[in-house]
Design a protein around this ligand. Structure first.
Ligand code: PLP
Length: 492
């Protein structure tokens, strides 16, 4: 299997190791596989997470040996970092709910970031690059800590995280500023996630910066979902969910499902689409946005327009106006025409907006649906679901639930799989507010305790453990100072 850039009309192909180490193609396009390998085993219901991951990885990472794949999958998912059922799928109300927050930082980003460091280290060796890997991360809240955690024990890697200064929950910030290994740093940027993401992409493509690092035996890489090494591990849990539903008798082998994903950068839902292309029986994908409804509009009207007010909401990890991975989806909808896509994104870079070709739009009819759910509506969902089903949703998953409800029709007989992306305990203030419990003036830790008390649910141990730890110094910069900050952290 080789990988091509979404913007390269010559379709020059690179190895998976090269794509993973470089993250972004030199033409600023994203690496995509040359084709989608077929995969749908008859015994899916009996496959464990590690086995599934190894088999799916093997289809794409053809430059890795079976022994290597086995080792990296076990290092990521096999050593007690995740429960035995890494991503449990349960029935809540009419939906099948896939819980992706049982990793070390309590959000779905762990599913990929537990394995990416191992992938990256091995890939670096494979392409014969030496020196240190400098991983730049833009985070809307959850990727940051997941990357710090995933890379903590990995030698030869440094991690620098940029997060929006006022755009993450108190618990999220606390996570990023506590208990970190010496090779990781987190810096607040006075701006939103898009500013962080743009800054990181600029640095990754900055030839002077690249040279400077190279002189110091270092090179850049990315742990954002622009990196194919982030997307690949996310395909696995859609299969795993399907397998669990088969095992519980909720599905017959081959029966189609719909999937709803609370979406920001379009990575998680794209992995579900890749799964469909590989043969997972998926009918519809439902893309849920909050007030930042760029994708909802792009999907329904064909205009992808990031020039609009930015809203800070109770679901901060979805407060995004430029969804990088949407480009990978559009690449498929443009029937892999790199010149057309490249022209469209040139327009997008210049004006912040692009009109999607009618033919491309036709290609997602019946497949991709989008919509937005306000924070008020999501808060109602949280309260209702708690009251009716005694299940606590986080504010992101509640956005998904809200939209899934409007697309689900029991009479159609197509089960709805809803992806739960974070533990409600990462956002205790918003969840308590939704439940009608006042928590004004309470610290993050006090909110956690109150939430546990009120709901009878227990605080996930990684979040409870934050209480006793001291915070490292908070650093805040302007977006224009990101390059300088990188050089300072690296001491070059
Ligand atoms: C990152 C994140 C999302 C958005 O996922 P994308 O892959 O960026 O679309 C949704 N919910 C939570 C809790 C997240 O951390």
């Amino acid at each position: 299997m080789r990988f091509i850039s979404t913007r390269d009309s010559l379709a020059r192909a690179v190895s998976s190791a090269y794509a993973i180490v470089h993250g972004l193609a030199a033409d600023r396009g994203l690496y995509v596989p040359q084709y989608f390998p077929a995969y749908f085993p008859n015994d899916l219901a009996h496959k464990g997470y590690c086995e599934l991951a190894r088999e799916i990885f093997g289809l794409y990472l053809t430059d890795f040996s079976r022994v290597e794949l086995d080792a990296l999958v076990r290092a990521a998912y096999g050593d007690g970092a995740f429960p035995r059922v890494a991503a449990p799928c349960l029935r809540v109300g009419s939906f099948a709910l896939l819980e992706l927050f049982h990793g070390p930082t309590c959000a779905f980003k762990d599913m990929a970031l537990a394995v990416l460091p191992h992938l990256l280290t091995l890939s670096t060796v494979k392409i014969g690059r030496d020196g240190e890997n400098v991983i730049l991360v833009a985070t809307s809240g959850d990727t940051g800590k997941a990357a710090q955690e995933g890379f903590a024990a990995v030698t030869g890697c440094r991690v620098i995280v940029f997060y929006p200064a006022d755009g993450v929950s108190e618990i999220q910030e606390q996570q990023m500023l506590t208990g970190n290994a010496a090779n990781t740093a987190a810096i607040a940027v006075r701006g939103n996630f898009d500013d962080c993401q743009r800054g990181v992409k600029d640095i990754l493509a900055d030839t002077a910066m690249i040279k400077r690092l190279s002189n110091a035996q270092m090179s850049f890489s990315s742990a954002n979902s622009i990196n194919f090494g982030r997307l690949l591990p996310q395909i696995v849990y859609y299969y795993y969910a399907y397998g669990q539903l088969l095992g519980k008798g909720f599905l017959k082998l081959g029966q189609e499902i719909d999937i709803t994903v609370p979406t920001g950068n379009f990575g998680n839902i794209l992995a579900a689409y890749y799964g469909k292309r590989m043969g997972l029986p998926v009918r519809r994908l439902v893309c849920a946005s909050n007030e930042n409804d760029v994708l909802a509009e792009a999907i329904s009207q064909g205009i992808y327009n990031s020039c609009r007010p930015f809203y800070k909401t109770a679901s901060p990890s979805m407060d995004i106006l430029v969804s990088s991975n949407f480009e990978r989806f559009l690449f498929e909808m443009y029937e892999r025409s790199a010149p057309d896509l490249s022209a469209a994104f040139l327009q997008f870079t210049k004006t912040g907006s692009l009109r999607i070709a009618e033919s491309a739009k036709q290609n997602w009819r019946g497949l991709l649906y989008g919509g937005s759910v306000t924070q008020e509506a999501a808060a109602c969902v949280m309260r209702e679901v708690q009251e009716k089903h005694n299940y606590l949703l986080d504010p992101h998953s509640a956005v998904g639930w809200g939209l899934a409800s409007s697309y689900y029709d029991e009479a159609e007989g197509v089960p709805m799989l809803l992806v739960a992306t974070a533990s409600p305990f990462k956002f205790p203030g918003a969840v308590l507010g939704a439940l009608g419990v006042s928590c004004v003036g309470l610290s993050g830790q006090a909110q956690l305790k109150l939430l546990a008390q009120r709901t009878g649910a227990s605080i996930p141990p990684p979040l409870a453990a934050l209480a006793g730890q001291s915070l490292c110094k908070r650093v805040e910069i302007k977006p224009s100072e990101m390059k300088q900050a990188v050089l300072e952290v690296l001491g070059i």
